[in-house]
Design a protein around this ligand. Structure first.
Ligand code: GSH
Length: 211
C-alpha cells in the first residue's frame, strides 16, 4: 500500500493524523506539489480529481478523496476505530466530519484560494481552472466565523465533536482550526468550548507528530 502525500498541505495532514492514530505504517510517495505534479497527465490517470492525498492499494487500485481513503483504511485496519464504533456513532461521525469539511475546511479554502496570489485561475481544487472572486473570499470569512460558533456550540455539551469518542470528525475540525491560521484567523476567545477541546486534541501524539 502507498500513500501519495504532501505533508505541509491541510488535507494530506488529515490522513496522516488518521494513520498515526491507528498506529499503522504506510509507505509514502511524495508528490511534487509545488511543481504541479498532481496535475500532470500521469497523476491524473491515477486520480481524476488531481488532488492529494491518494492511496494505492496492494492490488494497484487508486483511491482518492479522504472519505474514500479513510473508509478503506478503517475496513482494512478496524482496530482503533476512528469512523465510529456502532451504527449510531458511525452516522454521527459521518455527519460531523462532513460538516467540518464543508463548513470548515472548504470555508477557509474559499478565503485562501480566492485571495492567494498563487491561486489566480486556481480558486477551486481539481482539474478545471476557475478564476478568483473577492465576493467568495468575503463570504468565506463569514462562513469561517460561523463554523467556529457552531462547533463551539456542539462542544459545549460533547467531549468530542461527534460525541464521547475521538474520531475523524475531530481530526477534520482540528485541521480546519489550524488551516484558519493560514488566513490569519484564530478560534475566537469567546468560543471557550472549542478552545478547550482544541488544546486537548492538539496534544495527542498523532497530532504533535504531524504538525
Ligand atoms: N476533497 C478532497 C480534498 C483534497 C484537497 O483539496 N487537497 C488539496 C491539498 S490540501 C489539493 O490537492 N489541492 C490541489 C490543487 O491545489 O490544485 C479530499 O477529500 O481528498
Amino acid at each position: 500500500m502507498k500513500l501519495y502525500d504532501f505533508p505541509p498541505a491541510p488535507n494530506p495532514r488529515r490522513v496522516n493524523i488518521f494513520v498515526a492514530e491507528k498506529g499503522i505504517e504506510i509507505e509514502r510517495v511524495m508528490v511534487d506539489f509545488p511543481a504541479g505534479e498532481h496535475r500532470s497527465d500521469a497523476y491524473q490517470l491515477k486520480n481524476p480529481a488531481c488532488d492529494v492525498p491518494m492511496l494505492e492499494t496492494d492490488e494497484g487500485i487508486y483511491i482518492s478523496q479522504i472519505r474514500g481513503v479513510t473508509r478503506y483504511l478503517e475496513e482494512v485496519y478496524p482496530d482503533i476505530p476512528l469512523l465510529g464504533r456502532n451504527p449510531t456513532e458511525k452516522g454521527l461521525v459521518e455527519m460531523w466530519e462532513h460538516m467540518a469539511f464543508i463548513n470548515g475546511i472548504l470555508a477557509v479554502a474559499e478565503v485562501f484560494r480566492n485571495t492567494g496570489k498563487g491561486f489566480v485561475d486556481r480558486a477551486v481544487v481539481g482539474p478545471h481552472n476557475y478564476s478568483q472572486s473577492s465576493e467568495l473570499a468575503e463570504r468565506g470569512a463569514a462562513r469561517v466565523a460561523n463554523f467556529f460558533e457552531d462547533f463551539n456550540q456542539q462542544l459545549a455539551s460533547n467531549e468530542y465533536v461527534a460525541g464521547d469518542g475521538y474520531s475523524m470528525a475531530d481530526i477534520t475540525t482540528l485541521v480546519t482550526c489550524d488551516f484558519a491560521k493560514w488566513i490569519k484567523t484564530e478560534i475566537p476567545k469567546e468560543c471557550e468550548h472549542l478552545r478547550r477541546w482544541y488544546e486537548k486534541v492538539s496534544a495527542r501524539p498523532a497530532v504533535v507528530d504531524n504538525p
